[in-house]
Design a protein around this ligand. Structure first.
Ligand SMILES: Nc1nc2c(ncn2[C@@H]2O[C@H](COP(=O)(O)OP(=O)(O)OP(=O)(O)O)[C@@H](O)[C@H]2O)c(=O)[nH]1
Ligand SMILES: [Mg+2]
Length: 329
């Protein structure tokens, strides 16, 4: 009978430096295992990130967002094909920030990604970040660092699910692509959700369907071109039929133009610095929150709460005491 502790024990004895070396060599299995450490919020991530740091900062990060079924995964697959044709190594990260089950959508993606699955120049990984301390903003940047260090020159990030996560993922990318499709009222939905502002490039996908012209027109109307300071970036609108690889070259050209604009204006450095600041903050807050958690079962927080209930202390002073106790720990 196998000892029930076998799995955790083998996990603990993992030769991390060797795993990191293999990931740096671009070995897919090693990359996958490191990203699993992110999903598990492993305490050994600190070690991994320290070893990877000198090898990061090269990858271009492209986020794709848009309503369910608009064609994000199909577009990701089409873009992977196009980037591979240019000889670039590509990482794909599908993030599921909300759903408790990473079922259907991600499974569908895996099927669509089949043609790329055996290509050693493509890293594909889906990740559930739900339930993490700090959630998406904590886990995604770390997975991106791993892919970056492993040699992915371009990383495509697709979010599954709608809402705040879309805007959040946009803040993780150098270039954010917002997809809409004809007849879905997408442009209006996107405007409502505050997604128009985060778009660097628009794709009107499913241009083989009726209403593509209307979708382009809706977007143009809402974008109010002509405003904005001289030299500001104006998000181009590209039509695609992702399922037939049509228009993908135009998307690549738009992404390239945006990258050149980012570099020439210093915006790339600004965005990456903002991102690093958000990442540091997320890690720091997770650490503080973990210490609060330790105190939940212990004396400090329940004792403080009791004193607040008894009217011995006000909640602000109690919070001060709690913060002082965790930051001095
Ligand atoms: N007609 C047409 N169908 C397309 C096109 N692109 C994608 N589709 C189809 O649209 C459906 C949804 O595509 P997906 O790529 O899974 O869309 P998604 O945005 O990733 O969907 P979720 O991840 O579930 O939000 C699939 O059946 C695709 O084959 C296109 O350009 N034209
Ligand atoms: Mg998808």
């Amino acid at each position: 009978v196998a000892a029930p502790t076998a799995a955790p024990a083998s996990r603990r004895t993992v030769d991390l430096p060797a795993l990191v070396e293999r990931a740096l060599d671009g070995e897919q299995r090693a990359v996958a295992r490191l990203i699993t450490l992110v999903e598990d919020a492993s305490p050994r991530l600190r070690e991994v990130m320290a070893a990877l740091a000198p090898h990061t900062g090269r990858a271009r990060i492209i986020g794709l967002t848009g309503s369910p079924g608009v064609g994000k995964s199909t577009s990701v697959a089409a873009l992977v094909t196009a980037f591979r044709a240019q000889g670039r190594r590509v990482g794909v990260l599908a993030v599921d920030p909300s759903s408790p089950f990473s079922g259907g959508a991600l499974l569908g993606d895996r099927v669509r990604m089949q043609e790329h699955a055996t290509d050693p120049g493509v890293f594909i990984r889906s990740m559930a970040s739900r339930g993490h301390l700090g959630g998406l903003s904590w886990a995604t940047p770390q997975a991106l660092r791993i892919l970056d260090a492993a040699g992915a020159e371009v990383i495509l990030v697709e979010t599954v699910g709608v809402g705040q996560a879309e805007v959040e993922v946009a803040s993780l990318a150098d270039t954010t692509i917002v997809l809409v499709a004809p007849g879905m009222g997408d442009a209006i939905q996107a405007a409502k959700a505050g997604i128009l502002e985060v778009a660097d490039v628009f794709i009107v996908n499913k241009a083989d369907r009726d209403g593509a012209d209307n979708a382009v027109r809706d977007l143009r109307n809402m974008l109010s071109y002509g405003d904005g300071p001289h030299g500001a970036w104006r998000p181009p609108i590209v039509r695609t039929v992702a399922s037939r690889q049509e228009g993908v070259g135009d998307v690549l050209a738009a992404v390239e133009a945006h990258h050149e604009w980012l570099e020439s204006t210093g915006e790339l450095t600004r965005r990456r610095t903002d991102r690093a600041a958000a990442e540091i903050e997320a890690i720091a807050l997770a650490q503080v929150r973990a210490r609060f958690g330790d105190l939940h079962g212990a004396v400090a927080l329940p004792a403080l709460a009791g004193r607040v209930v008894a009217g011995e202390i006000d909640p602000y002073s109690a919070a001060d005491e709690l913060v002082a106790s965790v930051t001095e720990a």
